[in-house]
Write a new protein. Structure first.
Length: 327
């Protein structure tokens, strides 16, 4: 048997009476719920689906009793090789991995980062992930953002997690240190799209994709604020863009924070900590979701990274010292 044959599976099903009149792509989603709609549509486009023995299109209508046959190709979806990387796996079972990503680790291979990514490391741990889109990674964190993300290990788990993300039921809670002293928390509902001039950046733009961010003040310092941030949506750079739009950019964000400036009167210790912090002060602290197989709600929490602990300690020391200074 060839490698291609090993990666092909014949799926068959019959259209139920209540499905009569539906589009083919809608019917496939009901007959084969372990696979995502995008993957099912790809198989239709590649002429791998037969409806009552004939070639078909996604928009074709089905009849009760029609036989549906799919040559499901589970070929490699990931253009990267397994690579041994030390990963902090916080949870694993047959359906999921939950990983605590360190700062500096890229999630997916891309130009300039062809290897040494989270995806490479996951493929080393579980080679079967090659059969899933992006090795089962359903959401991402920026290179310099640390914290929790979930990885699917089966097609059924992948589909469930994608649906939970689309339904906005996965809980994603972050901690962030921003420049400026916020008076209160709030919610920002503002669409995000490509920056009209700087195309490698994102921005709040008319006609962008809907984006909703909730933020709450945890502690105020003399010139900074420590926040809890929760996402309803998952747009590229969403927290970084939204907080910069509010004029409270993340400490250390070299893309969205503008020119680095030290606050007036800050202590030497805090100044040194801010100068030495070379990434955005953001980490994914908590992750909660329904288990794809059992439906049980599960939640994980990641410890505050060492570099952010040191930065916060410097901010708190500066605050205490300011209380003892004259004036």
């Amino acid at each position: 048997m060839t490698d291609t044959e090993q990666q092909t599976r014949l799926l068959t099903g019959r259209v139920a009476p209540e499905q009569a009149g539906l589009r083919l792509d809608q019917t496939l989603a009901r007959l084969f719920p372990d696979y995502s709609r995008s993957r099912l549509q790809q198989w239709i486009k590649k002429d791998l689906v037969r409806l009552a023995g004939r070639a078909c299109r996604a928009r074709d209508r089905v009849c009760a009793g029609d036989l549906v046959e799919v040559q499901a190709r589970l070929d490699d979806q990931v253009p990267c090789r397994p690579q041994e990387i030390d990963l902090d796996i916080r949870f694993q079972d047959a359906a999921l991995f939950v990983v605590n990503k360190p700062p500096g680790l890229v999630v997916h291979p891309a130009a300039g980062n062809p290897q040494g990514t989270l995806q490479n490391g996951l493929l080393h741990i579980d080679p079967e992930l090659v059969k899933l889109p992006r090795a089962g990674i359903v959401h991402r964190l920026d290179k310099d953002t640390s914290g929790l993300l979930v990885v699917a290990r089966t097609p059924a788990a992948h589909r469930s997690l994608v649906e939970q993300l689309q339904a906005r039921t996965i809980k994603r809670e972050y901690r962030a240190l921003v420049s400026g002293v916020m008076a209160s928390g709030g919610t920002l509902d503002a669409p995000i799209g490509r920056h009209p001039v700087h195309r490698i950046r994102m921005a709040v733009v008319r006609g962008g994709k809907p984006a909703v961010t909730h933020y709450r003040v945890l502690q105020r310092f003399r010139a900074h604020t420590w926040l809890k941030v929760e996402l309803e949506t998952g747009r590229t750079h969403q927290i970084r863009v939204h907080l910069a739009h509010l004029r409270y950019p993340l400490v250390g964000d070299q893309t969205y924070a503008g020119r680095f400036r030290l606050p007036a009167g800050i202590s030497p210790e805090a100044a040194a900590a801010l100068k030495g912090f070379q990434r955005q002060a953001l980490y994914a602290a908590k992750l909660g979701l329904r288990h794809p197989d059992t439906g049980e709600y599960l939640e994980w929490q990641a410890p505050l990274p060492d570099d952010m602990q040191a930065l916060l300690a410097a901010m708190r020391l500066d605050l205490r010292q300011a209380g003892r200074r004259p004036g």
